[in-house]
Write a protein that binds this ligand. Structure first.
Ligand SMILES: C[S@@+](CC[C@H](N)C(=O)[O-])C[C@H]1O[C@@H](n2cnc3c(N)ncnc32)[C@H](O)[C@@H]1O
Length: 422
C-alpha cells in the first residue's frame, strides 16, 4: 500500500508537535487522529517526521528527519553513526545527558502509574560515574555477509558497519570493529577490571565457535572460554569471559549498595538471591547474615553457577542452587527452604512474571528487593505484588546505559502492614 492509499502511512512525511516521552526511546505525537511514536525527537519540538513502520491500526512509528523548533536540551550527536535510519544502538544521542535522565525518570513514573496504578511515585534516575560515552564494557556486535562488524539498524536485521562505537570502552570497540570477521554471525566482547579483552565469535545460529583473551601482558589465543575478573562490592569476582555481568563499569557497585540498603539484612536471616548470575548480590549480603544465617543463590546457567560456587567459597553461609526460577522450581525450593526473610531478584529483561511474583509475595518475606532493567516488566510485576498484599516502599533508578533508553531500577516491596520505608 502506498502513501496515497490512506491506509498505510509508511513513507509518509508530515509535521507534528512532539508530546511526552514514552517507554522505548521515542516520544508520542498525534496526527490526523493517530498516535505516532517519534524517534530522534524531544517533547515540545516541532519536527518533520517520516513514517518508518505502520503495522498497527492504533499507531505508527516515525523518525524526526528535520527539526523545525528544537527543544533546549537538544545537542549535537557525539556519535557519527547515530541518527534517523542509521545505527539503532542508541536512542538519546541527540539529548543532553541530564535531560536523558529526566526522560528516563518520567518513563519509570509513567510505567508504574499505567501498569501498577501507582500515581506520583518519586523516582529520579541517578547518574553513574564515568560520563555518557565509553561505558559499555560488554557488547554483542553483529557481522554482515562481507565480514564487517557493526550494529543493527533500528527494528531491522540490516547491519550498519561501524569503525567505532563511542559508547563502548575503547579496547572492546577496537578489538571487534577494527578487523574483519568472515563467516561469523556476531561477536561478543567484554573487558574486565584488569583490562583483559575477551572476544567470542558466534556462528549465524548464535552458537559460540571460538574465544580469544588478550590480557594487557599479551594474548592467550583460542581459549575455550575466557575468564573475566571483576571487582564490586569490595570483593573480587570471576565470571565467564563474556558471561553476564553489569555492562557499565560502575553499575555493579551502585546496585550492590542500593540492594544492601533496601534489604537491610540482619544476622541470622535467610536471604534468597534469585537470578543470581555469578553470585553478586548473594555474596555481597552474605557477611551481614553471619554464620547463623543463610543465603541461597538460584541461577539456571551452569557456567554462571560454577562461577558463583567459586566466588562464594569463603562464605559458608552462602550456597548455589542451579535451577529455573519458575512456579515449579521456586515452589520446590520454598518447600525445602521455608519462608525467606529477604528476597533479592534480578531477572532478565522479561521480568519474573506475575505468577512468580505472587508466589514470592506468598512467602511473606519482610523485604523483596527487585532489580530490573525494564521498567515495564518491573511495573507489571509490582502490580502482582501489590495485588498480593505488598506495597512499593522505595525505588531508585540508575543511568547504567547512557545514550540509550534503558534504565536500571531497584525497587523495595514490603508487606502492606510493614512500617518499613526507604
Ligand atoms: C540480569 S542477570 C543478573 C545476574 C546477577 N544478579 C548480577 O547482577 O550479576 C539475570 C540472570 O538470570 C539468569 N536466568 C535467566 N532466566 C532464569 C530462570 N528462569 N531461572 C534462573 N535464572 C535465570 C541468567 O542466566 C542471568 O545470569
Amino acid at each position: 500500500m502506498g502513501e496515497d492509499s490512506g491506509l498505510n502511512w509508511a513513507g509518509r512525511r508530515f509535521e507534528v508537535t512532539v508530546g511526552p516521552v514514552a517507554h522505548g526511546g521515542h516520544c508520542v505525537a498525534r496526527h490526523e487522529g493517530r498516535v505516532v511514536f517519534v524517534r530522534h525527537s524531544l517533547p515540545g519540538e516541532r519536527v518533520v517526521v517520516r513514517v518508518t513502520e505502520d503495522r498497527h491500526r492504533g499507531f505508527c512509528r516515525a523518525d524526526a528527519i528535520e527539526v523545525l523548533e528544537a527543544a533546549p536540551a537538544r545537542v549535537e550527536r557525539p556519535c557519527p553513526y547515530s541518527g534517523p535510519g542509521r545505527c539503532g544502538g542508541c536512542d538519546w544521542q541527540h539529548v543532553d545527558p541530564a535531560e536523558q535522565r529526566r526522560l528516563k525518570s518520567a518513563v519509570v513514573r509513567e510505567q508504574l502509574a499505567r501498569l501498577a496504578g501507582l500515581d506520583d511515585v518519586d523516582v529520579t534516575v541517578e547518574e553513574l560515574p564515568g560520563g555518557p560515552l565509553r561505558w559499555r564494557s560488554r557488547a554483542r556486535f553483529a557481522v554482515d555477509r562481507s565480514g564487517a562488524a557493526g550494529l543493527r539498524r533500528h527494528r531491522s536485521h540490516d547491519v550498519v558497519p561501524l569503525a567505532d562505537c563511542p559508547i563502548t570502552v575503547e579496547p572492546a570497540a577496537a578489538a571487534v570493529l577494527q578487523r574483519q570477521w568472515p563467516g561469523a554471525g556476531a561477536v561478543d566482547v567484554s573487558v574486565d577490571s584488569t583490562g583483559a579483552v575477551t572476544t567470542t565469535r558466534l556462528d549465524r545460529q548464535g552458537r559460540p565457535t571460538s574465544s580469544r583473551v588478550v590480557r594487557p601482558g599479551g594474548e592467550l589465543p583460542e581459549e575455550p572460554a575466557g575468564r573475566a575478573e571483576r571487582r564490586a562490592g569490595g570483593r573480587d569476582w570471576e565470571v565467564e569471559g563474556t558471561g553476564f555481568w553489569q555492562v557499565h563499569p560502575a553499575a555493579a557497585d551502585a546496585l550492590v549498595a542500593a540492594v544492601a540498603e533496601f534489604a537491610g539484612v540482619r544476622a541470622g536471616e535467610t536471604v534468597l538471591d534469585l537470578y543470581a548470575g555469578a553470585g553478586l548480590f548473594g555474596g555481597a549480603l552474605a557477611p551481614a547474615v553471619g554464620p547463623e544465617g543463610r543465603v541461597v543463590c538460584v541461577e539456571s546457567d551452569a557456567g554462571a553457577c560454577a562461577a558463583a560456587d567459586a566466588n562464594l567459597t569463603d562464605l559458608p553461609q552462602a550456597e548455589v542452587w542451579q535451577g529455573d526460577v519458575d512456579v515449579e522450581g521456586l515452589g520446590e525450593l520454598l518447600a525445602e527452604l521455608g519462608a525467606p526473610d529477604v528476597v533479592v531478584l534480578d531477572p532478565p529483561r522479561a521480568g519474573a512474571g506475575p505468577a512468580v511474583s505472587r508466589l514470592l509475595a506468598g512467602t511473606g518475606a519482610r523485604a523483596v528487593v527487585y532489580v530490573a532493567c525494564d521498567p515495564a516488566a518491573l511495573a507489571r510485576d509490582v502490580a502482582a505484588f501489590v495485588g498480593a498484599g505488598y506495597r512499593l516502599a522505595g525505588i531508585r533508578g540508575f543511568d547504567a546505559f547512557p545514550m540509550t533508553a534503558h534504565v536500571e531500577c531497584v525497587a523495595l516491596l514490603v508487606p502492606e502492614r510493614s512500617t518499613s520505608e526507604r
